[in-house]
Write a protein that binds this ligand. Sequence first.
Ligand SMILES: [Fe+2]
Length: 295
Amino acid sequence: MLGGAAFAYGSVVERNWFALRRYEVPVLRDGAAPLRVLHISDAHLTPGRHRLLSWIRSLDALEPDLVVNTGDSIAHPRAVQPFLEALGPLLDRPGVFVYGSNDLYSPAPKNPLRYLWRDSSRDNGRHVPDLPWAELGDGMAAAGWMDANNKRGRVKAADFDIEVGGVHDSHTKRDRYQDIAGPTDPAADLRLGIMHTPEPRNLDRFAADGYDLLLAGHTHGGQVCVPGYGALVTNCGIDRERASGLHRYPAGPGAPGEHRPWLHVSAGLGTSPWAPARFACRPEATLLTLVPGIG
Ligand SMILES: [Fe+2]
């Protein structure tokens, strides 16, 4: 009875109770103007999710200088066009994206509590993607957004020259950090690393190559959290304390002279259609305002 009420709350109320998170991140050099970065992730869109679609559509009013989409945008073969239409004017702004495994593989029925005893990286027994991930990527790339799946490049946003490196999703072993490896350019105004899954083996390499800010999704912030305790699991190698929000990476005080980027993990906008509830973990998008204060 209590469980049924909690599920009803999580699926009807909290799943549609969108939150805009805001953080200031001190990663720019002295004297730089603020840079507004909108981070979206894990929409897992199915065509009927009108509240989610209209909330995404409202985010352009934040007037971000750059939009970063860290993947798992779709969960249905006919979700690409609604997703692109919801982005709407955001596509006219500078943007970058990577895929998550759910952009490639349609969701399969599974016990939503399976995350509690193992991670889902072995759930994709299928090897041939059945979702229109290329159409999704083509739509964002046609608008000028940078495809950062195992790619490195330069993006101009406001007056900033941003070096961007990204990897495809490690959850299905498509990440090829070696394709983007190498020291970042100290002459760039910002060095931005993006990925779907915040897997330590990639985070370590982004940090070693000198990236200032790392953005990821995938965890859903735990999706089902315990109030006062937080996420039970992260569904990847990152620790529970950093299942969502803004932190330094690696944690702890760091060795003298060690480069420790900022890491923002989005709790995401949606849920798998087969686990359609969130608890103590509202769906979210994040506006990161980058300001001076390197270190
Ligand atoms: Fe996801």
